[in-house]
Ligand binder design. Structure first.
Ligand SMILES: NC(=O)c1ccc[n+]([C@@H]2O[C@H](COP(=O)([O-])OP(=O)(O)OC[C@H]3O[C@@H](n4cnc5c(N)ncnc54)[C@H](OP(=O)(O)O)[C@@H]3O)[C@@H](O)[C@H]2O)c1
Length: 234
């Protein structure tokens, strides 16, 4: 991966931070984004301390203008873009009656529309480099959970988007992969009401290694999908 440039959304904490760290460890130059500048700058500093190169550029993936500025900043710093990891996402649990329109829009606009906006903006760069797109979905893109209708809708929608895009971009030499993790111990769970057995969840670095595997694949193969579940049962 040395010399390649990778953009990771949601890189301020949790999975995105672990993915950025893993791709940087493999030699990729990193573009890191999320809304909270302080967190992506902290990720960038951590990578730089280990000899990596990183640009931290704040962006709300729901906003097409900010997404365009992100891609412009990325090109200005590193010229090329080889890898896009669409990881930014939000998770809220609520029965439908308590899923108000703001919550619905927040989940769908971040998890689904955000991926569409960043992918569309990055496509000209990725096409030039015959690049790689990795979308972070969830087991909630395959199975359903009660009190999760908005989140499941966003991830099932994202699976449809990912699969359709793979077929669209395959002739243009761009690989599109879906990574579907089960529960991962990240800050996303801090605000979810209830008791969660966090020590039996996947660790973020396990998902990050799967993303790196997808991105280091060479030759004739493309990894279409990786489903990761915790090795230990709660
Ligand atoms: N943790 C799990 O159990 C689990 C399981 C399966 C799949 N996933 C998926 O993995 C991805 C990462 O989740 P995580 O657990 O690492 O969550 P997290 O710890 O809450 O981190 C989410 C990241 O996404 C960013 N983000 C949220 N909204 C954004 C927006 N509108 N624009 C730009 N960045 C935004 C956050 O930063 P800001 O808030 O600063 O913007 C943060 O950096 C999500 O897509 C999630 O659905 C998680």
């Amino acid at each position: 991966m040395r010399g390649r440039v990778a953009l990771v959304t949601g890189a301020g904490r949790g999975l995105g931070r672990a993915i950025a760290s893993e791709l940087s460890r493999h030699g990729a130059r990193m573009v890191l984004t999320a809304r909270t500048a302080r967190e992506i700058r902290a990720t960038a500093r951590a990578l730089e301390r280990k000899g990596g190169q990183a640009l931290a550029h704040p962006c709300d993936v729901r906003d097409s203008r900010q997404v365009a500025e992100l891609l412009a900043a990325s090109v200005a710093r590193f010229r090329n873009l080889d890898i896009l990891v669409n990881n930014a996402g939000v998770f809220r649990m609520a029965p439908l009656q308590k899923t108000d329109e703001t919550m619905w829009d927040d989940i769908l606009d971040t998890n689904l529309k955000g991926t569409y906006l960043v992918t569309r903006a990055a496509l000209p760069q990725l096409e030039r480099r015959k690049g790689q797109i990795v979308n972070i979905l969830s087991t909630a893109a395959r199975i359903v959970f009660p009190d999760n209708s908005a989140y499941c809708a966003s991830k099932w929608g994202l699976l449809g988007f990912t699969n359709a895009l793979r077929d669209e971009l395959r002739p243009r030499g761009i690989r599109v992969s879906a990574v579907l993790p089960g529960a991962v111990d990240t800050p996303i769970w801090d605000e979810v009401p209830g008791h969660w057995e966090r020590d039996t969840m996947l660790r973020p670095d396990a998902v990050a290694r799967a993303v790196a595997h997808v991105c280091t694949q060479v030759g004739s193969a493309s990894t279409d999908e990786i489903l990761l579940t915790p090795a230990r049962r709660a």
